[in-house]
Design a protein around this ligand. Structure first.
Ligand code: AMP
Ligand code: MG
Length: 396
């Protein structure tokens, strides 16, 4: 299940930093510099003629004293965190765009080295090995993402739980063997899952794991955090009109030139035939879709998602998707997973209690589908009537 970002109907992914460069002439920009002399001359001529004829002229030309540069669209993509990361941005210069994208991908690589549970030498894995012996000093990034994880765990009363690692290990084993874990194995793993056993010390910047054998898993929040960090980096370099797509997590900056927002296609399990993906128009916000269309295992005719319900220890059953809009992708990513696990109505209530958060859910119901949207979710997806409107930060 994915949240896919599209722009002007293009959805191409260009590998590497020598990415294709697409010309885009914004309809709301001042004319390019090369054409300004002619435009200025024509305007002066109109003013002089108008004054000579005693005609009151009223016009609103764009500010030619500070012409805006012509922006072009650039797109870059690279594999990161087991998926494809994509950057789309508008810049006046190719070199500025490429350097900023390169720095953003380097930031994602650094974060992968911190947060990966596939790399034995990642900071997360070192924390898992040593953090139960004594408080373990961590980087700002790991500290921040764990603090946010604990907050979302609290909001969702443990539906999202970053200590889910031992259960994720069992799910991965089940995918290989085609067998569910034995009851004793499941009970042992479940006993190690409880976010309240993580102790953060803000003064010393340390993390203490209260039970040995605990394993942290940032699979439900790390990509969103990376998307936010990459977008922040692009914006700190003056590239405000940018979008970062990290698998199913999308972080959005200011809208493309002349547009009301970025078009983000929401892929849901009920798509196909008469049901094309619905498209949202968003800016200065984030959107994530959590679901099981690609990551699931089928055992004895039952289908188990890679999203695990910590209360049962098993993957969620039944096809489903949960799309969350929030002000940042760290929040939308983590909440997408949390609201997948929570009962629908509780999830909607939680979304509605959080500023800037809205959710759209699709759940299998027998041979059909049920769709639910919280207050404030932009109209346009199946089950909703009106067309989308662009909404930005603070969407509600
Ligand atoms: P997402 O696709 O964002 O919903 O994240 C799914 C990934 O998060 C899984 O592959 C696991 O690594 C991890 N995960 C699964 N269940 C949970 C859960 N209940 N809380 C936190 N992380 C989870
Ligand atoms: Mg998630």
């Amino acid at each position: 299940m994915r949240t896919r970002a599209t722009d002007r109907g293009t959805n191409s992914e260009t590998p590497g930093l020598d990415a294709s460069e697409m010309f885009f002439h914004s309809p709301n920009q001042c004319v390019p510099q090369s054409r300004q002399h002619l435009t200025t001359r024509l305007l002066s001529y109109a003013v002089v003629t108008g004054l000579a004829l005693g005609v009151s002229l009223f016009f609103r030309p764009c500010d030619l004293s500070a012409p805006e540069p012509l922006l072009k669209r650039y797109e870059f993509s690279l594999p990161r965190m087991g998926t494809i990361f994509r950057i789309e941005l508008y810049s006046a210069e190719a070199a500025t765009a490429a350097k900023a994208a390169e720095a953003a991908f380097a930031r994602a690589e650094d974060l992968e080295q911190i947060m990966s549970d596939y790399r034995e030498d990642s900071e997360l894995m070192r924390l898992a090995r040593q953090g139960a012996d004594r408080p373990f000093p961590v980087s700002d990034d790991l500290y921040n993402v764990l603090a946010k994880s604990i907050q979302i765990s609290g909001f969702s009363r443990g539906a999202f739980d970053v200590t889910v690692g031992p259960l994720v290990g069992l799910w991965r084993a089940a995918r290989k063997t085609g067998r569910l874990p034995a009851a004793a194995e499941l009970a042992k793993a479940k006993a190690l899952v409880d976010y309240r056993n993580i102790e953060l010390d803000p003064a010393r910047h340390t993390v203490f794991l209260k039970r040995s054998g605990m394993k942290l898993d940032l699979g439900a929040i790390g990509k969103g955090y990376a998307a936010d960090q990459m977008l922040a980096l692009l914006q700190s370099r003056g590239l405000r009109q940018a979008m970062v797509v990290a698998g199913g997590e999308v972080a959005l900056g200011a809208p493309p030139p002349g547009e009301a927002g970025w078009r983000v296609a929401i892929e849901t399990p009920d798509m196909g035939g008469a049901n094309p993906p619905c498209t949202l128009l968003l800016h200065d916000s984030a959107v994530s879709t959590s679901g099981d269309s690609k990551q699931f295992v089928e055992i004895d005719g039952r289908r188990y998602s890679h999203v695990i319900d910590p209360s049962t220890g098993l993957g969620l059953e039944g096809a489903a998707s949960t799309t969350v809009i929030a002000s940042d992708a760290t929040t939308s990513d983590a909440l997408g997973t949390a609201l997948s696990v929570m009962p629908v109505q509780e999830g909607i209530q939680l979304a509605q209690s959080l500023p800037g958060v809205a959710v759209y859910m699709v759940r299998q119901a027998g041979n059909g589908w049920k769709r639910y949207a919280s207050r404030g979710f932009p109209k346009g997806c199946p089950g909703q009537q009106r067309k989308n409107k662009a909404k930005g930060k603070g969407q509600k």
